[in-house]
Design a protein around this ligand. Structure first.
Ligand SMILES: *[C@@H]1O[C@H](CO)[C@@H](O)[C@H](O)[C@H]1NC(C)=O
Ligand SMILES: *[C@@H]1O[C@H](CO)[C@@H](O)[C@H](O)[C@H]1NC(C)=O
Ligand SMILES: *[C@@H]1O[C@H](CO)[C@@H](O)[C@H](O)[C@H]1NC(C)=O
Length: 461
């Protein structure tokens, strides 16, 4: 009865499998499962794993998948194509992850592949510490599947496991069982609690696959703060993401006060990854020892990668051409607060004549492209230093910045008179051979903003 009802009401959601010369067969789209606390308590901890398959032939209607489906004419699995395996993480409320189809479709948009979704919601819900006990069991089951697929002709290098949060460590453990011969593992904000101090065999690490990349967005709460791959992208420093509300006042209206914004930071890695797969713009990182150094403008290019900066997405080895591939290389990038998240990294260098009191200047970079867009920055100036460097995120490229304005905003607070600016320069990271845009010899008076228009055209390269 229910079967009929669903078919009648969701005609688009029924997968029709039209293999040439065969009779048509109709099946329901497979779905991820939900679990409820009640159910969970009655049945104790169960690690039940089911697999769903999405391909370009069925991007909207998942097919149930297991080792016996391979090779059957009704299965959309194609052993000569690469296989992406999506592994979700912990679910506090036992709800199925809502982003799975979006990620699968973004992957299919970027590559003609088999996308296998691992559904282990029964083992992944409610108590985090118990879930952590389950993750190896899930990994074991996945490795049985991978083994089977290998027997059907899939090459180990053609597997790419994409793990979200705890799923990243599941992927890592699968990788350990194949002695690092799996093609690639991508960790999207790999889980931190109970893993940071763990042995490398118990967590994701660079030996788990031929290439391991990770995106870090919440390393102060749910994410891991240490590098776990060959290349580790730390977004906005890897802890707090722009656009994720952090107001205490706002959070008292939420059921789970801390959860609200923390989960926003944690899930940002996934959203940025999907956006990168969309390919609207490049999300490239710059190698640096720490976020502080990066913000201070101490790291300005990708020399360690022979000039090619690693990019988030499906590019082979994240675009790194140097060999051997480095390990645990931290790279940093700033993002905007919403999709597609790409920002241009503008390096601002300000040199002033020595000051007799502390001061503050406000720097504004304005563009009139599309719609007026501005970037403000407040720079605190001290008596003991005359050169200030800082990296900021701007929505447009340097060549599209139309004006710069400086304002002496600290005059009242610091009683600093005029500030003499020897030079103010802007350039875009990674630094190329182009000379920075500079203006020299400026006096910024109290209450009188100074501004300068740039006349420039964007080159074609
Ligand atoms: C999960 O849901 C599918 C239907 O979508 C069902 O066939 C299967 O039995 C469920 N798994 C468990 C463990 O209940
Ligand atoms: C499987 O993939 C290969 C390589 O992309 C392609 O040539 C072949 O036609 C595919 N087979 C089916 C049944 O789609
Ligand atoms: C990907 O691009 C499409 C349009 O090309 C857009 O509708 C979708 O929201 C984008 N997804 C993400 C995650 O940016």
């Amino acid at each position: 009865q229910i079967f009929k009802w669903i078919l009648l009401n969701n005609p688009l959601k029924a997968a029709v499998l039209p293999a040439a010369g065969e009779t048509f067969s109709t099946t329901l789209c497979a779905e991820l499962n939900n679990t409820r606390w009640q159910e969970y308590r009655q049945q104790r901890v169960r690690v039940e794993v089911q697999y769903l398959l999405l391909t370009r032939r069925n991007p909207d209607c998942a097919q149930k998948f297991d080792q016996d489906s391979v090779g059957k004419p009704t299965s959309y699995f194609n052993t000569s194509r690469p296989t992406k395996v999506i592994i979700h993480g912990f679910s506090a409320l036992g709800r199925k992850p809502s982003w799975v189809t979006d990620l699968a479709q973004a992957l299919l948009g970027a590559q003609d592949a088999n996308v296998v979704v691992v559904d282990w919601i029964y083992g992944a819900s409610f108590a985090y510490n118990l879930v952590v006990e389950n993750y190896k069991e899930v990994a074991l089951q996945i490795s049985v599947l991978v083994n089977q697929l290998q027997k059907h002709g899939c090459r180990l290098e053609s597997f790419h496991l994409i793990g979200v949060s705890l799923g990243a460590h599941v992927a890592g453990f699968v990788g350990t069982m194949f002695e690092g011969k799996i093609g690639r593992i991508t960790g999207l904000d790999p889980a931190g609690p109970m893993f940071k101090g763990a042995d490398t065999s118990d967590r994701l690490d660079p030996t788990d696959a031929l290439f391991v990349d990770a995106i870090h967005t919440d390393s102060d709460h749910f994410g891991i703060s240490i590098p776990v791959g060959h290349v580790d992208f730390f977004l906005n420093g890897g802890m707090d993401q722009t656009g994720c509300a952090r107001s205490r006042f706002a959070s008292i209206f939420l059921l789970f006060p801390v959860y609200g914004y923390v989960i926003c930071d944690h899930m940002r890695a996934l959203h940025v990854y999907m956006s990168a797969l969309n390919g609207t713009c490049q999300l490239t990182g710059i190698p640096c020892a720490s976020y502080e150094d990066f913000l201070k403008g101490s790291c300005v290019d990708c020399g360690v990668f022979k000039g090619r900066c690693p990019a988030i997405g499906l590019q082979e080895k994240s675009g790194i051409a140097t060999s051997p591939v480095p390990q645990q290389q931290k790279v940093f990038l700033l993002t905007t607060s919403s999709a597609p998240f790409c920002a241009h990294h503008i390096l601002l260098t300000l040199e002033v004549s020595p000051l007799d009191k502390s001061a503050e200047v406000e720097v504004t970079l304005t563009t009139w492209i599309v719609h007026t867009s501005q970037m403000y920055l407040h720079l605190k100036l001290y008596t003991f230093s005359t050169v200030y460097r800082t990296v900021l995120a701007h929505p447009v490229a340097l060549c599209q910045i139309d004006s710069i304005r400086l304002r002496n905003t600290g005059a009242r607070l610091y009683r600093q008179g005029d500030i003499h600016v020897k030079s103010v320069c802007v350039s875009e990271l990674p630094l190329r051979r182009l000379a920075p845009l500079c203006v020299n010899d400026i006096d910024i008076r109290r209450g009188v903003p100074w501004s300068h228009d740039f006349v420039q055209v964007c080159g074609t390269s």
